[in-house]
Design a protein. Structure first.
Length: 141
């Protein structure tokens, strides 16, 4: 376990760092900020994408840079954040609009963050489209 990740000297613990990185990553993706995402993503990032392909970091950044997977909105609902040594697993669901489908898509996701220096990097992401059940809360539809 990377003990240096207990806090960053500014009073933030690992959970707070992950929450901030999750939000920063979402905002950077919406803005198409490939430079910032390149810092947030680990060099060995793997994404099991909602377009049913596995992508590496280079491919994800290329698709985003070309606008193939850029979203116009994204709302994330985190259900679980668990630390497992030098990894943190974040699970939940999100709702995005825009490419590649052009419409609104609900997705279950799993993000795995790995300790890196005094912060964290996204090393694995999975996102799978799903249709919320009819009795789901309005926020899920």
């Amino acid at each position: 376990m990377a003990e240096s990740i207990q806090g960053d000297g500014q009073g933030r613990d690992w959970r707070r760092q992950i929450e901030e990185l999750q939000d920063e990553g979402r905002r950077a993706f919406l803005a198409g900020d490939v430079r910032r995402l390149s810092e947030i993503f680990a060099d060995d990032l793997l994404v099991n994408s909602p377009i049913h392909r596995v992508h590496d970091k280079k491919t994800v950044l290329d698709l985003l840079g070309r606008g193939v997977i850029r979203h116009t909105s994204a709302v994330e609902h985190v259900e679980v954040v668990e630390r497992l040594g030098d990894l943190v697993v974040v699970m939940g669901w999100d709702t995005v609009t825009g490419p590649p489908s052009g419409g609104t898509v609900h997705r279950r996701f799993t993000n795995v963050w790995r300790a890196h220096a005094s912060s964290w990097q996204l090393v694995v992401r999975q996102a799978t489209p799903f249709e919320p059940p009819a009795d789901a809360p309005a926020a899920a539809r």
